[in-house]
Design a protein around this ligand. Structure first.
Ligand code: FAD
Length: 223
């Protein structure tokens, strides 16, 4: 679907990562938790397009949240949009989704803006009354000590019994996970982060006993 997206809100969730809420023009825009959109924009006479995961629950559509780390041209453009400005958006895309309530416990591991598609899933699971254990291990290698949405996750842990939140500060998420001593063979695991770090995290988690058939990952790469 092609839509016009109007910026509703734009605010920092770390010194380099922003949460940007968009109102989509198509009232029946639907997506699965974990999917992405391609915003298309023009700057200095150049047209360009990059893909961004939707960070909010599908139940909030046609309002969608993006979670964007400022690393280059496109991400700076999106971060600098002010409330009321519009861009074109096409989507949804992506396969690391949920199409029904999972039967197994869930483990999510994210670094930096890699939290985006996982937040969409976690918010949807909460909205849908999921009752299995659900763990989030969150790290931020870009801005140490600054974890996106950390207040939100801490408060969710207080109010939603199945949800467990673990912060990886000055340590890798893999190291933090070892300390939790979970039986990873029982979990469905989704991992998201930037570039080659995702491969490293996957390899470490497999070595801890995760079932490869129950593990998925998404890499944020620039192309
Ligand atoms: C399926 C998918 C979903 C994505 N979802 C998101 C998202 O929700 N939020 C988000 O911030 N980005 C996301 N990305 C990355 C996004 O599409 C752009 O690649 C990113 O914003 C960089 O574009 P740029 O023009 O700003 O920087 P460029 O000028 O293209 O330079 C990017 C350089 O910065 C480095 N880098 C540091 N952090 C990142 C990062 N997060 N992504 C890519 N490169 C990085 C890379 O080494 C790269 O060489 C996603 C990518 C994919 C493939």
């Amino acid at each position: 679907m092609d839509c016009t997206a109007t910026v509703l809100d734009s605010r920092y969730v770390t010194p380099t990562i922003k949460s940007i809420w968009l109102q989509l023009s198509n009232p029946i825009f639907s997506f699965l938790p974990g999917q992405s959109v391609w915003p298309r924009f023009e700057r200095d006479g150049r047209k360009f397009s990059k893909i961004y995961s939707i960070a909010s629950s599908p139940k909030r559509s046609p309002e969608v949240e993006l979670c964007v780390s400022r690393v280059g041209w496109s991400s700076a453009y999106i971060q600098d949009l002010v409330v009321g400005e519009t861009i074109s958006v096409r989507g949804p895309y992506g396969l690391m989704t949920l199409n029904q309530l999972p039967k197994r416990p869930r483990l999510y591991v994210a670094e930096g803006s890699g939290i985006a598609p996982l937040k969409s899933q976690i918010d949807w699971l909460r909205d849908s009354g999921y009752s299995q254990p659900i763990w989030l291990v969150l790290a931020n290698p870009e801005t140490v000590n600054c974890l996106p949405y950390h207040d939100y996750w801490r408060s969710l842990q207080q109010t939603w019994r199945p949800f467990h939140y673990v912060e990886a500060i000055h340590r890798s998420p893999e190291a933090v996970l070892v300390a939790q001593d979970l039986d990873l063979s029982q979990f469905e695991i989704d991992i998201c982060g930037v570039g080659d770090r995702v491969t490293q995290i996957c390899e470490s988690i497999l070595a801890m006993g995760a079932n490869p058939g129950q593990m998925r990952s998404e890499k944020f790469v620039a192309f």
